[in-house]
Ligand binder design. Sequence first.
Ligand code: PGA
Length: 249
Amino acid sequence: MSRKILAAGNWKMNKTPSEAAAAIEAMKATCASDEVEVLLCVPAIDIPAAMEAAKGSNIQIGAENVYFKDSGAYTGEISADMLLDVGVKYVILGHSERREYFAETNETVNAKMIQCFAKGLVPIMCCGESLEQREQGVTMDFIRQQVKVGFLGLTADQAKAAVIAYEPIWAIGTGKTATSEQAEEVCKGIRDLICELYGKEVAEEIRILYGGSVNASNAAELFGKEDIDGGLVGGASLKPDFGKIVNYK
Ligand code: PGA
């Protein structure tokens, strides 16, 4: 089993292209690592400047969303070919903020997953329960549905290459991190589901990240868990501190 830890930043709607370039220049040295794969998912308009700034470093630049159609009359959307043309490999899909504010559903996430693999992008598919769902005891039922529908129609090889990010909504941007036991329990539950759907080999290879108030002081404990293969990091990825998360050991 050889799952490489992925430290992925999610900048959300922060930083202009020039701010992005300056931030990445400043992060390059601290994010150097042979062991950990480093990715910053940035606003689409920042991608070319961020790519340029990251040249010669191990920092990869990804996107925060993609549309499921190839091209056409979809004002405001960004296609897979557009992302590929500027060198993007990874794209975040189905973040809870997109589900809440931009009407993303399990079905649109699934269409985007299919489009990513048709085009050669690697999706980082987000899932996660609300506080209410956790308190009702339906966390795993809810997440199983998100993952099952999100992965509909994907082959075993595609599933193996995908990344899943477990992000409890109550832990995002709140400073309230899930305990490493809570995070591990759900990430293991997701891996068990992938095993049911695709078998042991796929389950052992797919990377499952934890996200929700990951910072320099909790990364080591979270990433040290058996079924947690890195993090999707919001707030802390905007700061030079991100290098401490990359070099968490
Ligand atoms: P946070 O965000 O690290 O600021 O909690 C995580 C995310 O939304 O991906």
